[in-house]
Ligand binder design. Structure first.
Ligand code: TZP
Ligand code: MG
Length: 208
């Protein structure tokens, strides 16, 4: 599936609970979300697989890919379009080998050292962040700010998406930093109208 990082929705089970996960995601999609990542730090794989399957079915025909955070087994079992992993979530080459060449595979990067070690032949994009401190991720790395974000994005050999404390009002500064899109949880999931919340973000243009 085509990679478009412009508005990348990361789900949170608690923030999406009021409206329900699928409803929240479908509303956000109507508002222009270009990619969805299912993220749940508490659920085990067996709990997450049916949720991922339902979400994949809900997204069918939309052209919006579904990625799974961290859990290779869930990505494989659910027919998701790919996987997003962090620095401590296993080996990129193993994930690529298991997922196959067509899957979308992304990696979180917080530092220039990590950027220098990026496996450009097996990864499709990099998540850069957190830009700001955020309650949505426990124990996150030191915030980059817009200058740190621009430095990493400028040195990145792959398309990039910014994450961490981002709201629609930050879009112009994020665009100036040279990334391909914005990834958000609370700016969309934690709102009463996810469609309107998504619509407030500008389109960054095609990735790549
Ligand atoms: N990775 C870095 S920051 C973050 C993740 C998953 C959380 C982003 O959530 P929010 O609510 O958009 O700040
Ligand atoms: Mg992770």
């Amino acid at each position: 599936m085509r990679l478009d990082l412009s508005l990348y929705l990361v789900t949170d089970p608690e923030l999406c609970a009021e409206r329900g996960l699928e409803d929240t995601v479908l509303a956000a999609m109507k508002g222009g979300v270009t990619l969805v990542q299912l993220r749940d730090k508490q659920a085990d794989d067996a709990e997450m697989i049916p949720v991922a399957r339902r979400l994949k079915a809900a997204l069918a025909g939309s052209g919006v890919p579904l990625l799974i955070n961290d859990r290779l087994e869930v990505a494989l079992a659910s027919g998701a379009d790919g996987l997003h992993i962090g620095q401590d979530d296993g080996e990129v080459h193993e994930a690529r080998a298991a997922l196959g060449p067509e899957a979308i595979l992304g990696l979180s990067v917080q530092t220039h050292d990590q950027l220098a070690r990026v496996d450009t032949t097996r990864l499709d994009y990099l998540g850069l962040g957190p830009v700001f401190a955020t309650p949505s991720k426990q124990d996150h790395a030191a915030p980059l700010g817009f200058d740190g974000l621009a430095a990493l994005a400028g040195a990145s050999p792959l398309p990039t998406v910014a994450i961490g404390g981002l709201k629609a009002e930050h879009a112009a500064a994020v665009q100036r930093a040279g990334v391909n899109g914005m990834a958000v949880i609370s700016a969309i999931c934690g709102t009463p109208d996810p469609q309107a919340a998504a619509r407030a973000f500008p389109y960054f243009g095609q990735t790549g």
